[in-house]
Design a protein around this ligand. Structure first.
Ligand SMILES: NC(=O)c1ccc[n+]([C@@H]2O[C@H](COP(=O)([O-])OP(=O)(O)OC[C@H]3O[C@@H](n4cnc5c(N)ncnc54)[C@H](OP(=O)(O)O)[C@@H]3O)[C@@H](O)[C@H]2O)c1
Length: 337
């Protein structure tokens, strides 16, 4: 698969979001199936894997997802780029110094991942009690010690990125970005392009919506399904956004691709620093999504698609945490509300 850079790292231009094997999209598969899925992605050419210490069933434990990834990739560790994320809680940082808190979280993640370094270490959510400059400084010291190779932040605004960048150069920003959530295009992506930072979109298929397979009748009632908190996925908004799906379906038919592939090919064609990490717990769909790397939109196709997207209004907000500005400090409280 074609490669893109995250500062010093070279990754397949489409990565693999592993969250669904542990959390967020209903019932999770068996560990055996998940490990096989990750190995099939590797055999296909995927070298970029995304996890987080927080990804566990119902977000009630720690490390379920990292353990699976570690088991799946330990034999090919040197050939892959592993990205994981830290959650910093106010109480913990008030009691111990930030460097020791971050080092101990990281070392626990590394043990679960069966490795002695992380390629990319993200701050999962900004905690406004902990200055981002302090986090950036601590990340720089983890890089100096060889415990991580690059660092990044998730779901942050450009002001935060700029403060952090002034302390320790940032490798990647992992924000929500898709055809139906394009706020990143306003200032985050331009800032990243100007400063050599990659943008790793999460939910690039809008939680499955852009594949055309999520309908107004899809059941999100499982206790651990985040889609019931997404206003854009209400039955009413799914119906209201049908014209956007019709547009994607037209391009999919013309390009002999799937709708999910068109949604990924569009963002790859739009920005050279974008590296999407679609998530699926289904082995066939994982390979389908990676296959978007082979779907190339020429200049005329891209401008026709992008122009049409600009003219179609999107109904409903994409996210619950996202629109409220999402800090991890009150993550648990908000998820229950
Ligand atoms: N930084 C953060 O705060 C944050 C937040 C959310 C996610 N993430 C990361 O980003 C990754 C991707 O996010 P996401 O999982 O929300 O992204 P997504 O790919 O937009 O959505 C995943 C959902 O779409 C479905 N889907 C995926 N590909 C499909 C296809 N080709 N056809 C039909 N349905 C398809 C999946 O169902 P099936 O499983 O049934 O295929 C799943 O329900 C996660 O795995 C995680 O690593 C990070």
């Amino acid at each position: 698969m074609k490669k893109r850079a995250i500062r010093s790292l070279s990754v397949s231009e489409i990565g693999m979001g592993c969250m669904g094997f542990s959390h967020g999209y209903g019932e999770i598969p068996s560990e055996e199936y998940s490990i096989e899925a990750i190995r099939k992605a590797y055999d296909y050419g995927c070298t970029f894997y995304d996890t987080a210490e927080a990804y566990s069933p119902n977000l009630s434990g720690i490390g379920h997802n990292e353990l699976i990834l570690g088991k799946a990739l330990k034999d090919v560790r040197k050939n892959v780029i592993l990205a994981t994320k830290i959650t910093l809680k106010t109480d913990e940082v008030a009691e111990h110094d930030l460097d020791s808190v971050m080092t101990s979280h990281l070392k626990a993640s590394l043990e679960r991942l069966q490795t002695d370094y992380a390629d990319l270490y993200y701050l999962h959510r900004l905690n406004t009690d902990i200055p981002i400059e302090d986090v950036a400084g601590a990340m720089g010291r983890l890089i100096s010690k060889g415990l991580i190779r690059e660092w990044g932040m998730s779901q942050v605004a450009v002001e935060t990125i700029a403060k952090a960048q002034a302390v320790t150069p940032v490798g990647a920003i992992q924000n929500i970005y898709s055809m139906v959530e394009r706020s990143c295009e306003e200032d985050v992506i331009p800032y990243c392009l100007d400063n050599g930072i990659s943008l790793v979109p999460f939910s690039p298929i809008a939680s499955g919506f852009l594949s055309g397979k999520v309908t107004a009748d899809t059941d999100f009632s499982h206790a651990d399904d985040v889609r019931k908190f997404v206003p854009q996925l209400s039955s009413e908004n799914i119906r209201a956004n049908q014209s956007l799906l019709d547009l994607i379906a037209k391009f999919a038919s013309e390009k002999q691709a799937t709708m999910a592939q068109i949604s990924l090919a569009w963002m790859l064609r739009k920005y050279p620093n974008v590296i999407p990490i679609p998530g699926s717990k289904n082995q066939e769909r994982i390979l389908e999504n990676l296959g978007a790397s082979a779907v190339e939109l020429n200049d005329a196709e891209f401008s026709s698609l992008d122009g049409a997207l600009n003219s179609i209004p999107v109904h409903g907000f994409r996210g619950h945490d996202e629109i409220l500005g999402g800090t991890m400090k009150d993550w648990g409280k908000r998820r229950k509300s």
